[in-house]
Write a protein that binds this ligand. Structure first.
Ligand SMILES: Cc1cc2nc3c(=O)[nH]c(=O)nc-3n(C[C@H](O)[C@H](O)[C@H](O)COP(=O)(O)OP(=O)(O)OC[C@H]3O[C@@H](n4cnc5c(N)ncnc54)[C@H](O)[C@@H]3O)c2cc1C
Length: 500
């Protein structure tokens, strides 16, 4: 590092996940000299972005439209296997975001996110990020054709790993320097309060790295048990973390320390139903396959045998991120998803991995005994559930309205009786994905201080920005958030640095 000793970079980007790398690419497009500082080793790089399916939610007019510039290398065979891939309009995306966040999402941020979504995907494609339809996870096959649902239908080729690899290759092409095992500790300010660098800890100890602008993109605080308990509440030290262990709130804390404004849903988070035997942090081989997301076509009970959520309240993309928190409230932070012979073949691939906690039995009583569920409780719940199921035309690819009547909680769609053995139960707990509280930015991506004035030289993007998500989250928005605001913040940081 001796050659860099007195170097002043144009832009220092903190983190090397999707948001950070989009920020770095965008800054480099402005002609800026960019360094990316990453806390993890090269082998462990990519943050939460690596653990994803690579799924993106963005506005488009359907498959014909996508073929022009996002899915431009899709084969004719893939194209002809698609029965329906519905368009997503700005209005629908905004309506979904507002509905799931109880109308709390910041409208300025939301309109930037959605308004720039299509163009940002096109921009990523220009940086050679490749995309394909999410055939495996976001479609049901009807008459041999894929029918997509739920608004997040396109993924990066190779999932999260593929996305991070392609972003790193793009960074290489743009001449961006990436330094691994170099963790932000503090932001350095000058006399007038301008951010002029970062104090970092690397393999050789502490070091001051100077830059004209800094972009923070180093994730939320989900991997910091103390912060989880402080902001999410008692008991949250006990949840599993689905992704990287490195997102411990460092960027948020460094910015708060120099007077940045906290913003967004600090007391809530994205958390899902996650295999009870999963390790404490994400596994870079199993990735997101510990999640269990087919509950809309089954039922979910706690160990007393009681249901506690409306499994069919909406598409899974609009409920999965809040149901982990409901599992957290159950005895032993555990729940069991139950499917019968009618639905078990329709569950997603993640249910078929070797590392799964499950049991199968020809009877409900046998299943309860095998999984330590209260036998009487479960048989009563299932009998009441079955009696409450109303007739209708079952269709898992639309909100079919096939529901229960007279029970609490109801099941509002896809309510089929659990009556055809064998019965299979999958045991889950709560896995936290990322936190919603973070820093406040303006529409240029600048971090704001406590009286909402921009902190000179400081920008932010990705998970550590607050204001978009409260209580819940529409699937596929995390990566889009990082891409749109990474591009915006990095571009503005690059512009500011190269014009000063
Ligand atoms: C299992 C799983 C599946 C998911 N699936 C999807 C999906 O399909 N679609 C979707 O949109 N979202 C998905 N998400 C959410 C998505 O991962 C995040 O919203 C998104 O990746 C956040 O991007 P980011 O760049 O802000 O953070 P990250 O990708 O986490 O990057 C942050 C980086 O900062 C580094 N860092 C942390 N502290 C420091 C420090 N002090 N100094 C330097 N570097 C530091 C970390 O090591 C990390 O590399 C999923 C998340 C998980 C865990």
């Amino acid at each position: 590092m001796a050659a860099e000793a007195n170097q002043v970079w144009d832009v220092i980007v903190v983190g090397a996940g999707n948001a950070a790398m989009c920020a770095a690419l965008s800054a480099a497009e402005q002609g800026a000299k960019v360094v990316v500082l990453e806390k993890a080793t090269l082998e462990d790089r990519g943050g939460n972005s690596t653990f994803t399916a690579g799924g993106f939610r963005f506005c488009h007019d359907g498959v014909e439209d996508l073929r022009t510039d996002i899915l431009d290398d899709m084969t004719d065979g893939e194209y002809s296997s698609i029965g329906n891939l519905p368009m997503l309009t700005h209005e629908k995306f905004l309506e979904d975001l507002m509905r799931v966040t109880d109308n709390l999402a910041d409208e300025d941020l939301a309109n930037i996110l959605i308004g720039r979504s299509r163009d940002t995907m096109r921009w990523m494609r220009k940086h050679k990020i490749r995309f394909i339809p999410m055939f495996g996870r976001q479609s049901y096959k009807i008459d041999g054709k894929h029918h997509f649902y739920g608004g997040v239908n396109i993924e990066a080729v190779g999932g999260g790993w593929g996305l991070v690899d392609m972003l790193m290759q793009a960074a290489d092409r743009m001449g961006i320097t990436v330094r691994y095992e170099t963790a932000l500790r503090d932001l350095i300010e000058d006399q007038i309060g301008r951010v002029i660098g970062v104090r970092a800890k690397g393999p050789d100890g502490y070091e001051d790295i100077m830059g004209k602008t800094v972009v923070l993109a180093c994730g939320g605080f989900q991997s910091n048990p103390e912060m989880r308990v402080r902001y999410l509440g008692a008991g949250w030290e006990l949840c599993r973390v689905r992704g990287t262990q490195h997102n411990t709130g460092d960027g948020i804390n460094a910015a708060l320390k120099i007077g940045a404004r906290p913003f967004g849903g600090w007391s809530s988070c994205h958390a899902v139903q996650w295999d009870i035997s999963a390790p404490p942090y994400g596994d870079r081989v199993i990735l997101d396959n510990f999640q269990k997301h087919s509950y809309p076509i089954g039922i979910v009970v706690n160990l007393e045998g009681n249901r506690f959520v409306d499994e069919g309240a909406d598409y899974r993309n609009h409920t999965y991120a809040k149901y982990g928190r409901e599992v957290m409230k159950q005895p032993q932070r555990a729940a069991v998803q139950i499917f019968d012979a009618k639905t078990i073949d329709m569950v997603r691939d993640e249910y078929r991995i070797r590392e799964v906690t499950k049991a199968t039995s020809d009877t409900i009583e046998g299943l309860a005994e095998a999984l330590d569920i209260d036998v009487e409780g479960l048989t009563k719940t299932i009998a009441e559930f079955n009696a409450a199921c109303q007739p209708g035309e079952y269709n898992p690819s639309i909100l079919d309205g096939v529901s229960t009547k007279g029970i609490k909680p109801p099941k509002s769609n896809w309510a089929l009786p659990i009556d055809k053995g064998p019965y299979t139960g999958f045991v889950v707990t709560c896995g936290i994905t990322f936190t919603f509280g973070g820093l406040k930015i303006n529409t240029d991506g600048q971090v704001l201080d406590l009286v909402e004035k921009p902190i000179p030289g400081l920008y932010a993007a990705g998970e550590l920005v607050g204001g978009l998500f409260y209580q819940n989250y529409p699937g596929g928005t995390g990566l889009l958030n990082g891409a749109v605001f990474g591009r915006l913040s990095g571009g503005n940081a690059g512009k500011a640095a190269t014009s000063s």
